[in-house]
Design a protein around this ligand. Structure first.
Ligand code: AMP
Ligand code: MG
Length: 488
């Protein structure tokens, strides 16, 4: 049987040869012991032109556990640097990820990097083991597909393996791999790396690589580097507006975890809000709340400033500033339009800002569950009390509901049409921490059913899934006690 790996290309190498491989290192994997396939992703396989059945073969299990003997792969690890928690961290790099090659796709869009995360140390592992544990791999696997299901730009995940390799964290855990797939793994920190080493030729080579691969239509434009940066500003603003609209808290928005094409990347201690709390900090290690939920939009701009600084050898300062100035209006425009549609409004009007903000404030004061509230808001009518019952402050809600009702009356939609529109933008399912934990607990006992069930549900989060109705309700009391840190 021919593996999809026979379609893999390695033009990545050639591009950087003239630079003396400053950008990457060839690597070897350290195979997992007794690997088992936990989950494969047929939806993504089809999108990539891979026969889903191929993912279930013994050859694929070998490959994804880090045995590259028979397949046509030449894995590499990329170098990058970055600002972590606002401080320059110097050289980082793919410490536990290796790119196996690039998979071209039929529709002529950019090829996809096929990456294996957790397959052993690389020259950039520093003092760590290059491994990923099953717990954090399940979180990354499910969340990247959940974000895609929500329509948010993200890296994807093709399959997930468990093994009997012992990995030492706070306790001994089993080693796993995730096959991460993305149209770019270049980070803001990739550019910063060469800028701060005073290697402008390498900054340029990297930008040329991104443009050739992801934006070939700009290859001959005089201002191609500006266009690449401006695109990143716009895409990042949109991505973060979408994060805010679904209650997603990334948790580690370091510049090495920000993608040049505006994908959500590096799922660590992320969390979706249960009760709406703008001050929520999902990362237990983030004691000052630098990456709290409400700080994400401004951190996005901070990170883009860091990227702009590293592009000063390619783009004039005034142009970089011109692009940066688009961030805030773009973010606000996206956020307001998304929130208006979540409220069932066919268009956003200036006066709606107050309606949105008042609702968010009521959610905050009353500890109302963010996802459930918006999903049930589709059933709003003057007679329906199930929404009102979610608020302790009934008078506060009634006052808001009166304005909301009047606003809805200005539209020509029937209640049924409005509900249909709202159900298409207000997910019934998000990956709450306790759901990921339930899948992790079962998988650690060798039962992978929950991982696969959640994958299916989260890939279509706006649909009804009667078999998982329990996950559409309020989280259980123990969910509050879960704590997630960077340990992975
Ligand atoms: P992260 O917090 O996952 O974004 O990782 C930050 C940096 O640490 C990246 O350069 C990772 O490649 C590296 N890293 C994290 N965990 C490991 C590990 N277990 N082994 C080697 N490198 C790691
Ligand atoms: Mg990272």
């Amino acid at each position: 049987m021919t593996l999809f790996t026979d379609r893999l290309q390695h033009s990545f190498f050639d591009q950087f040869k003239q630079q003396g491989d400053l950008h990457l290192s060839p690597v070897l994997a350290a195979r997992l012991d007794n690997p088992v396939m936990v989950s494969t992703n047929p939806l993504l396989a089809k999108q990539l032109g891979i026969d889903p059945a191929e993912l279930e073969t013994p050859e694929m299990l070998e490959l994804m556990s880090g045995n590259f003997m028979t397949a046509n792969v030449k894995p590499i690890a990329l170098v990058y640097s970055g600002h972590q928690f606002g401080v320059w961290a110097g050289q980082l790099g793919d410490g536990r990820a290796m790119t196996l090659g690039e998979l071209p796709v039929a529709d002529n869009s950019a090829p996809w990097d096929i990456q294996l995360k957790g397959a052993g140390p690389t020259p950039y592992s520093r003092f760590s083991d290059g491994r990923a544990v099953l717990r954090s791999s399940i979180r990354e696997y499910l969340c990247s597909e959940a974000m895609h299901g929500l329509g948010i730009a993200t890296t994807r995940a093709l399959c997930l393996l468990d093994s009997q390799t012992q990995v030492y964290r706070e306790e001994i855990e089993s080693g796993a791999t995730v096959c991460r797939v993305a149209q770019s793994h270049i980070r803001f920190g990739s550019f910063e790396h060469f800028h701060y080493r005073s290697q402008p030729d390498s900054v340029k080579a990297l930008a040329d690589y991104v443009i050739q691969r992801n934006f070939p239509e700009w290859a001959d434009a005089d201002n191609k580097y500006y266009l690449m940066f401006e695109n990143c500003v716009i895409k990042t603003a949109k991505m973060i507006a979408q994060w805010q609209s679904v209650g997603f808290n990334h948790g580690v928005m370091n510049t090495d975890n920000m993608s040049i094409i505006g994908d959500t990347i590096d799922y660590g201690p992320f969390g979706f809000l249960d009760a709406y709390d703008p001050d929520h900090i999902c990362n237990h290690s983030d004691t000052n709340g630098r990456y709290s939920f409400k700080n994400q939009p401004s951190v996005g701009l901070w990170n883009l400033n860091a990227l702009a600084t590293s592009l000063t050898s390619l783009v004039d300062n005034e142009d970089l500033i011109r692009a940066l100035k688009q961030y805030e209006p773009e973010f606000l425009d996206q956020f307001r339009h998304i929130m208006a549609s979540k409220m069932g409004l066919e268009e956003y009007r200036v006066e709606d800002e107050q309606l949105i903000n008042q609702l968010l404030e009521l959610l905050h004061i009353n500890n109302v569950d963010y996802t459930i509230l918006f999903r049930t808001l589709g059933t709003f009518s003057d007679q329906n009390s199930s929404i009102r019952d979610q608020f302790l402050d009934r008078d506060g809600f009634d006052a808001w509901a009166k304005t909301y009702s009047a606003r809805l009356a200005q539209q020509r939609l029937t209640d049924a049409q409005r509900q249909q529109n709202m159900d298409a933008v207000n997910p019934k399912y998000v990956l709450r921490n306790y759901m990921a934990q339930a899948a992790i607990d079962a998988a650690q006992q060798g039962d992978y059913g929950e991982v696969n069930l959640l994958l299916e549900v989260l890939q279509s989060p706006f649909e009804e899934h009667p078999q998982t109705e329990k996950y559409a309700g309020l989280p259980p009391d123990w969910a509050d006690q879960l704590s997630v840190s960077c340990s992975s």
